[in-house]
Design a protein around this ligand. Structure first.
Ligand SMILES: [Zn+2]
Length: 341
């Protein structure tokens, strides 16, 4: 398929039902300006990072340094998809016991301002700031991010060493409830980056914030790799049955590492499937082998990875609102997230 044949995003969508939203995408900073974000030397040299750089051919992208190339590629891939919006995630640091950032143990960082600025400059990008509740200024940052337009906040349980059931997070959850923000927690074993604890990724640790009534998204639906010591998907199902304010996204579930995960998800009850949200985990690629019909799924070698992921997930027919439910959760419409002038 020629790139010119891609369906372009439609910037005139006026209601949520017409929107197609990817609620879980990433941008990385290499570290040329560490205040924007960085990957640690260990992460830069990891097999996965090297694979992604090679696989995406990022060196050929426009830009003066790797971070600019990554950003430009994201914008191009978004434009070359039929998505009307993407939710773009920041990534907070690891913090010491005194609440100060622990740069030595932080392997993946993207500042909130980097994502907020990208969102301001690019209609269709919905900012998702990231706040580690262990930081000493967590409450101030939560208020600031809300005021700047981030109505959804990411907490990476494994990489940031944040246990959702930690009683010290109570004030953070209280303020989240008052502001009406949505929280998205990483669930399921993490493979892309150095972790502090995989145990924190078990969905059954989400009881505390859920009891506050917070609208909460379990990223990756608790799915794990087939080689992992545990499988948290059954815990995800159990929690979804108990809490109506719990949702799940399909990020990374179309990848080779999660083969079979989408199929398992598609067999769940309608009550659970009506709370599943579309997310890719871009730039981690999805494969046709994760579609419901891998044999007949058309070959699309040059398609935008965002579009590829969307089309793989569409074959599983999750539910009517699967592609734009996130806008309802954020209590917003396309016009409020900068899509309509
Ligand atoms: Zn992710």
């Amino acid at each position: 398929m020629n790139r010119n044949n891609f369906v372009q995003s439609e910037p005139n969508t006026t209601n949520s039902n017409d929107a197609t939203v990817d609620c879980h995408t990433h941008v990385f900073c290499w570290g040329e300006k560490p205040e924007d974000g960085f990957l640690s030397r260990k992460t830069q040299n990891s097999i996965l990072s090297r694979f992604l750089l090679q696989y995406t051919g990022i060196a050929r992208e426009k830009g003066n340094n790797i971070s600019e190339k990554i950003r430009n590629r994201l914008l191009k891939d978004f434009k070359n998809s039929s998505l009307s919006h993407i939710v773009l995630l920041a990534q907070d640091a690891v913090y010491r016991d005194d609440g100060q950032p622990d740069h030595g143990r932080t392997h993946f960082y993207v500042s909130n301002d980097y994502v907020l600025n990208l969102s301001r400059e690019n209609p269709g990008i919905i900012p998702c700031c990231s706040i580690n509740p262990l930081r000493s200024d967590a409450l101030q940052e939560l208020e600031r991010c809300h005021a700047e337009g981030s109505r959804i906040i990411k907490i990476h349980t494994a990489i940031q060493g944040a246990d959702p059931s930690d009683p010290r997070f109570e004030p953070f959850y209280k303020l989240t409830t008052e502001l009406g923000s949505v929280l998205i927690f990483h669930t399921g074993y993490e493979h892309a980056c150095t972790v502090i604890s995989q145990k924190f990724t078990n969905p059954n640790r989400l009881k505390r914030p859920l009891e506050h009534g917070i609208t909460l998204i379990a990223a990756h639906c608790g799915s794990c790799g087939f080689w992992d010591a545990e499988d948290y998907f059954p815990d995800f199902i159990d929690m979804m049955s108990q809490y109506e304010n719990l949702y799940g996204d399909t990020a990374v579930m179309g990848s080779m590492a999660r083969l079979g995960a989408l199929k398992r998800l598609s067999k769940l009850s309608d009550s659970i499937k009506s709370r599943i949200l579309h997310g890719s985990d871009y730039p981690f690629p999805s494969t046709r082998f994760a579609s419901a019909n891998p044999i007949t799924f058309p070959l699309k070698s040059h398609i935008s990875p965002l579009q590829m992921d969307l089309e793989v997930k569409r074959t599983h027919g999750f539910s009517a609102g699967y592609e734009n439910r996130i806008l309802d959760l954020l209590k917003t419409t396309p016009s409020l997230v900068g899509l309509v002038s």
